[in-house]
Design a protein around this ligand. Structure first.
Ligand code: DC
Length: 228
């Protein structure tokens, strides 16, 4: 039986960084499901399709080839995962605030979710994965033995996101980042289909006062116990 580690949590809780490091330590595949919703938003933007046009977006998703893999030696530029859209490297194009906002809108579309959830389940079918997103613990991998809800205070998350955007040269104010984060949290937690929530039995990890290494150590320790 493959070991599936399912991690959910709000925007900028550190899921990506933590999941990537845990996967490295355990030799599992890291899967950033948010990147799939982000590419979907990017495809909509590039084709000037409104984020609400469900039918058209699903059609485009089927026509476009999306690939995700661990970054290779020439791609060590701070990215956590490499994302290709029809062979083009869009790993950074999907990290803008516009795409981030769009991704939480397309993530509210039932058919988009069905399509992407199926793809995520296929990826996890025969291998150990550390998968992170908003519905992994209860929708994508409901049978996972290790379900984690990784969170941090809104203030902490906004500070982290602001710092991250600044180091990438994006000129945004803290107030804008804070507001954007609240808006996305609101959409992710209150949408009609599969809203983000803490599932029964999930391990709630608040990283506000922990370093990344501390969080990673805690998860790896628990995973090793489960592996036996
Ligand atoms: O984790 P992220 O910021 O890259 O995610 C982008 C958006 O995609 C986020 O607003 C919520 C959505 N998402 C989702 O609905 N379900 C997932 N499994 C992953 C992300």
């Amino acid at each position: 039986m493959p070991l599936h580690i399912a991690i959910d949590g709000p925007v900028a809780a550190g899921k990506g960084t933590v999941a990537r490091l845990v996967a490295q330590r355990l030799g599992s595949l890291y899967v950033d499901t948010g990147a799939m919703y982000r590419v979907t938003a990017l495809i909509a933007l590039r084709n000037t399709v409104p984020f609400e046009d469900e039918e058209k977006i699903v059609e485009l998703l089927k026509q476009n080839k999306i690939e995700m893999r661990n970054p290779n030696e020439t791609e060590q530029d701070g990215r956590l995962t490499t994302v290709l859209l029809n062979g083009e490297d869009v790993s950074w194009d999907i990290r803008t605030e516009a795409v981030g906002q769009g991704s939480s809108k397309v993530a509210a579309l039932v058919k988009v979710r069905e399509h992407l959830v199926e793809k995520q389940q296929e990826i996890a079918a025969n291998q150990d994965v550390v998968m992170e997103g908003r519905d992994i613990t209860f929708k994508v991998l409901p049978d996972s033995k290790l379900k984690i809800y990784l969170t941090a205070s809104t203030e902490t998350r906004a500070k982290r996101r602001h710092y991250e955007l600044q180091t990438r040269g994006q000129d945004v104010t803290f107030e804008d980042v804070y507001k954007d984060l609240q808006e996305r949290d609101d959409r992710d937690m209150n949408r009609a289909i599969d809203p983000l929530h803490v599932v029964e039995g999930a391990w709630v990890l608040d990283s506000s006062n922990l370093t990344i290494e501390e969080v990673v150590d805690l998860i790896v320790e628990r995973a090793k116990e489960l592996k036996g």
